[in-house]
Design a protein around this ligand. Structure first.
Ligand SMILES: Nc1nc2c(ncn2[C@@H]2O[C@H](COP(=O)(O)OP(=O)(O)OP(=O)(O)O)[C@@H](O)[C@H]2O)c(=O)[nH]1
Ligand SMILES: [Mg+2]
Length: 244
C-alpha cells in the first residue's frame, strides 16, 4: 500500500480493486444462477377482471389464496421452477389486468409469450362469452406458434355455476385447446394447468429444434454430396490433362 493508503496489491487503486471484487462476486453469482434451470419459458394469463388470474398465479407460486379482490394494475409477474422430464424449467408467468383500460399495455406482452392461459369464471357467463374476444386478440397480437389452454376457474363455487363443464370443454375443443376447471381457493387443478401449458411449450420447442436439426442435416448432406461430385469432376479433369 502506498503512503496515502489509496492503492493495494502493486498499485491497483483501492476503488478499482473493490469494483473488481464486486465484479468477480457478480460473475460467480450469475454462474450459480445460470445453473439453477435448464430452460426458461414465458407464460401469460388472460381473461376478464375478477375471474381469478392473480389468485391462480399466487396459488401456483406461493401456495396461498387471498379472498380479497385487488385488481391488477397493468401487468405483474411471478417466477417458479418446475421439473419436467428431468429438466429444470423456469417459468416466468405474466399476470395481466383484465380491465379494458389496461389493454393497450397488456397487449404489448402477447408477442413475448410462448404459452397463454385463457381464464373465465364458471360463475360468470359473460366472462365465458368474452373468451372469444381474448382469443381473437391473441390471434392478432401473439406469436403464431403460441401454445394455449382454456381454464374455467372457481370450480369450488358449484352452487353459483353459470357455465357447465361441458360448455367449457366444447369451447376448448373448438379452439383445439386442453381444458381444465380449477379452483385457486381449494388448489384443485392449479399446478396441473400450469404444468400442462409448460409441457406444451416444451413440446413445441422440441419440434422446432428437431425441424432445425433436420434441415441442418439435409444441408450438410447436400454440401457433402456437392463436395464429392466436385472432387470427382476435378479428378476426371486432371486425368484428361494427364492423357493429353
Ligand atoms: N371461490 C373462489 N373465489 C376465487 C377463486 N379465485 C379467485 N377468487 C376470488 O375472485 C376475486 C378476483 O380474483 P383475482 O385473482 O384478483 O382476479 P383477476 O382475474 O386477477 O382480476 P384482475 O386483476 O382485475 O384482472 C377475488 O375476490 C378472489 O378471492 C376461486 O378459485 N374460488
Ligand atoms: Mg389480477
Amino acid at each position: 500500500m502506498d503512503s496515502e493508503g489509496s492503492t493495494i496489491n502493486g498499485g491497483l487503486p483501492a476503488l478499482a480493486h473493490s469494483y473488481y471484487a464486486l465484479f468477480c462476486t457478480l460473475v460467480r453469482v450469475c454462474s450459480v444462477m445460470a445453473k439453477q434451470y435448464d430452460l426458461l419459458f414465458r407464460l401469460l394469463l388472460l381473461g376478464d377482471s375478477g375471474v381469478g388470474k392473480t389468485c391462480m398465479l399466487r396459488r401456483f407460486t406461493d401456495s396461498d389464496f387471498d379472498p380479497s379482490h385487488i385488481s391488477t394494475i397493468g401487468i405483474d409477474f411471478k417466477m417458479k421452477t418446475v421439473e419436467i422430464d428431468g429438466l429444470k424449467v423456469r417459468v416466468q408467468i405474466w399476470d395481466t389486468a383484465g380491465q379494458e383500460r389496461y389493454k393497450s399495455i397488456t397487449k404489448q406482452y402477447y408477442k413475448r409469450a410462448q404459452g397463454i392461459i385463457f381464464v373465465y369464471d364458471i360463475t360468470s357467463k359473460p366472462s365465458f362469452q368474452h373468451i372469444a374476444k381474448w382469443a381473437s386478440d391473441v390471434d392478432e397480437y401473439a406469436l403464431e406458434k403460441v401454445q394455449t389452454i382454456l381454464v374455467g376457474n372457481k370450480s369450488d363455487e358449484e352452487t353459483m355455476r353459470q357455465v357447465t363443464k361441458d360448455q367449457g370443454s366444447k369451447l376448448a375443443q373448438t379452439y383445439g385447446m386442453d381444458f381444465f376447471e380449477t379452483s385457486a381457493c381449494t388448489s384443485s387443478n392449479i399446478s396441473e394447468s400450469f404444468i400442462r401449458l409448460t409441457e406444451l411449450v416444451m413440446q413445441a420447442q422440441k419440434r422446432d429444434v428437431d425441424k432445425l436439426l433436420g434441415s441442418l442435416d439435409e444441408y450438410l448432406d447436400k454440401a457433402a454430396l456437392e463436395e464429392v461430385s466436385g472432387s470427382q469432376n476435378s479428378s476426371s479433369h486432371t486425368q484428361k490433362t494427364c492423357t493429353c
